[in-house]
Design a protein around this ligand. Sequence first.
Ligand SMILES: CC(=O)N[C@H]1[C@@H](OP(=O)(O)OP(=O)(O)OC[C@H]2O[C@@H](n3ccc(=O)[nH]c3=O)[C@H](O)[C@@H]2O)O[C@H](CO)[C@@H](O)[C@@H]1O
Ligand SMILES: C=C(OP(=O)(O)O)C(=O)O
Length: 342
Amino acid sequence: MRTSIACGRLSRSMGSSIFLMGPLMARCGEVTVSKPGGCVIGQRPIDFHLRGLRALGARIEESHGLIRCQAKRLVGTHIVLDFPSVGATENLLMAAVLADGTTVIENAAREPEVEDLANFLNAAGASIRGAGSARIEVRGRSELAETSYQVIPDRIVAGTVMAMVAAAGGEVRLVGARADHLGVVLQKLRDAGVRAEVDHDIITVIGEETPTAIDIRTAPYPGFPTDLQAPFMAFLTIAKGTSIVQESVFEARFKHVDELVRMGANVSVDLRTAIVRGVPRLSGARVAAADLRGGAALVVAGLAAHGFTEVEGLQHIDRGYEDMAALLRTLGARVSRVSRGE
Ligand SMILES: CC(=O)N[C@H]1[C@@H](OP(=O)(O)OP(=O)(O)OC[C@H]2O[C@@H](n3ccc(=O)[nH]c3=O)[C@H](O)[C@@H]2O)O[C@H](CO)[C@@H](O)[C@@H]1O
Ligand SMILES: C=C(OP(=O)(O)O)C(=O)O
């Protein structure tokens, strides 16, 4: 594969109505949402969201899988998150922008998407300082205005393409990518023997040889993204040597492992640690995606495998990749999307 890909759009999924709560509470009133969905990669509690909204003055009742929130007026407060949760930081940010007074969020998530959301809200008239750091300060405003804003490119899609190149070889230019959002990802890629050259907003990835085993431990940003754990594991299955992959963010994010093993990979899991012993080749098989990034990992593995691979469960992959089949065709893969039952 030798190609260029434009990285202009963030195609990240939004798995949950929970993200309506912050903005709707900011508007004051009453809302009932269902408990969150999203990928089944662990329990995915929402206690930080609810605790933060309560601290801002919302009344919240939970029953029968529904969450009912009411607020007359939110009032700025001091919130310390137990863990730098991306979703909780974003939800509370959206609630705090229209609260009375100042809100401080400590131990906030530092992901680029949080900073991007704050930049968008500021463009609409909000007053947020410190987004992208662990301490965010929000001065409440009485209203926001319409605005037009270009969101950042999707670093997880870019990282998935990098994993594809590591698995199948070739040269790919990622045009419009943000190397500054991909620091540890590029570092790990290089450690695995894949060349990655950065020239302004173009990242050229060149996979010439069989990759080398590396160790990965997922962590909140700027650590290695949990969303890229599965796609990277897919190419490590054919690396020279043994890789240790530790998942520290979500407690059940190894559902792709059994499917990779069906394709000939040698991976064993002990709680949150996977030991990946590189094999010379994978063989194509019929496999099923159980979640979004695990599904992407099966596609990465399919590119490296000998023979034909059939991936079921495309609804998961569709939540995070705008058109995976088109992306693969751009890369030179022979792929077709088959809809059953239509
Ligand atoms: C739509 C979206 O952008 N989803 C991303 C978001 O998910 P999401 O926002 O769900 O992930 P969080 O950052 O909130 O979760 C991180 C950790 O905090 C825990 N936690 C979270 C909230 C809470 O109230 N209580 C609690 O205990 C979670 O169980 C998990 O162990 O960030 C994850 C981590 O970067 C990514 O994998 C997801 O792709
Ligand atoms: C887990 C993910 O998405 P969601 O939070 O929507 O389930 C993901 O993007 O990998």
